[in-house]
Design a protein around this ligand. Structure first.
Ligand SMILES: [Cu+2]
Length: 476
């Protein structure tokens, strides 16, 4: 393998700093995550990492060859350099996880979180990844989509012995590709993935990329059978999941994706759930530009506004940011809801007057709902009506114009002029220019003379008072 001039520069820099820096205890994207140590050093002699100091005092080694990925609600795994090898350490363990305020569960993850921390490296890097098992059963680690020697592939029983509780295994290989990848166990997979064991593994191209992005987001899609009133995901469920998550959070707990107007943004999506997710972006046409096959040749890029991210697949979406608050969500409408009763009768169009009183004798506090649709659910939530313990309402979230009536896989891309390149702070709600928001022009259901066909049925209650506001449609 030949060294580039930049490699030589980094090596020289590391040597120069070698006498000054303490042994590697490095910090990641978020506060409080400390690299476990010390490590055995299987084949190479120790060397000090190359370091830089960011404005917030982060002293992680920084590989200057790429724009770091930002994992909303998550973090990036620190590494240390050891004789030219990037060393990472993952710990499989039971954790306490909050999907959104109101629902906490015992999940399984890595290094304290689900998803586990994002691993980032560069094509050509040699990586050494320690995996410690602090679960009560064995596990293994599969590097999903990554080209490696067969014995590093992490399929328990097939390519390696299982990692028993308390054991640490080491994986070591050279990255021969770039792209958006994932990691997950290949041992008791149904249970371990259902409880949250997964993470993203981003490999940047060695020689940079044409049309480089200004911002790079990584989001892992998942589903959870967190049945109402329970505190642990149920791994036996195949289809009727309760929570649908981006980086193991539901709206409105999912971080907004922030960008400055005109920036080129990439959103890397991975799917380790049990459903395909048609992910839809408002406001722009994005290009689908890559996957675990790497960043595709430009001739293969295609403009879309919805892209299915299939189970086990990754997709990269790139776009130029346009000012506004733009919804970004799965288009399976149940995937933007939280837990609901799947076995209740359909109440739409059902007159429940009289029934409510009779049911209340058996179920105090019962409220019949849904005659005109489910929208009143978010009003009930606002009134303080509570469901079972540890259970999020089906719809959540308050916007500048009222309840958003969303949950699950939904977040907002917030684009503003002049946001600093490294800022991911939520800028608040978009302030629309005067006259650019859809507005009410009438409260009369008989307003105007719209063309209608078919057999119409009347479900709108007559308004208390009639009258027009603003303009009619005949022009002014
Ligand atoms: Cu979905």
């Amino acid at each position: 393998m030949s060294l580039s001039r930049r490699d030589l520069f980094v090596t020289a820099g590391a040597a120069a700093l070698g006498g000054l820096v303490a042994p590697a205890v490095v910090r990641g994207q978020h506060e409080g995550h400390t690299m476990p140590q010390p490590h055995p050093q299987p084949s190479s002699s120790p060397s000090a990492p190359s370091r830089s100091t960011s404005p917030d005092g982060d002293t992680s080694p920084r590989d200057r060859r790429y724009t770091p990925v930002h994992t909303p609600n998550g973090w990036t795994l620190p590494y240390r350099m050891n004789g030219g090898v990037k060393e990472f350490h993952l710990v499989a363990e039971e954790i306490e996880h909050e999907f959104a305020p109101g629902t906490i569960a015992k999940c399984w993850g890595y290094n304290g979180t689900t998803p586990g921390p994002t691993i980032e490296a560069v094509e050509g890097d040699r990586v050494r990844i320690f995996v410690t098992n602090r679960l009560g059963e064995h596990t293994s680690m599969h590097w999903h989509g990554i080209l490696l020697p067969n014995g590093m592939d992490g399929v328990g029983g097939l390519t390696q012995p299982q990692i028993k509780p308390g054991e640490t295994f080491v994986y070591e290989y050279t990255l021969r590709q770039h792209g958006t990848h994932m990691y997950h166990p290949h041992a008791d997979e149904m249970v371990q993935m259902a409880l949250g064991m997964m993470g993203m593994f981003i490999i940047h191209p060695r020689d940079g990329e044409p049309d480089p992005v200004d911002r790079d987001y990584a989001i892992l899609l998942h589903n959870w059978a967190m049945h109402p009133g329970t505190w642990r995901p149920d791994p036996s469920i195949m289809q009727d999941f309760d929570l649908w998550t981006m980086n193991s959070k539901v709206f409105p707990a999912i971080d907004a994706l922030v960008a400055a107007s005109g920036e080129r943004v990439r959103v890397r999506l991975g799917n380790l759930s049990m459903w395909n997710h048609p992910i839809h972006m408002h406001g722009v046409q994005f290009h689908v530009t890559g996957s675990d096959g790497g960043r595709w040749p430009k001739a293969l890029w295609r403009p879309e506004t919805t892209e299915i991210v299939g189970v086990g697949q990754t997709r990269d979406l790139e776009f130029v940011a346009v000012p506004g608050d733009w919804a970004f969500h799965c288009h399976m409408s149940h995937h933007t809801m939280n837990a609901m009763g799947h076995d209740v009768p359909n109440p739409i169009g059902v007159d429940q007057s009289g029934v409510e009183d009779r049911i209340r004798k058996m179920l105090p506090g019962y409220v019949g709902m849904g005659r005109a649709g489910m929208a009143e659910h978010s009003e009930h939530i606002a009134m303080g009506l509570a469901g079972p313990p540890n259970t999020l309402p089906m719809m959540l979230g308050e916007g500048p114009f009222g309840p958003l009536e969303m949950g699950g896989m939904f977040t907002v891309i917030k684009v503003r002029d002049g946001i600093a390149r490294d800022s991911h702070a939520d800028p608040g709600w978009y302030r629309h220019a005067d006259g650019t928001v859809a507005r009410r022009v009438s409260t009369d259901r008989d307003y105007g003379a719209p063309v209608r066909r078919g057999r119409t049925l009347d479900t709108t209650p007559p308004p208390p008072a009639k009258g027009h506001e603003g303009h009619d449609m005949s022009g002014s």
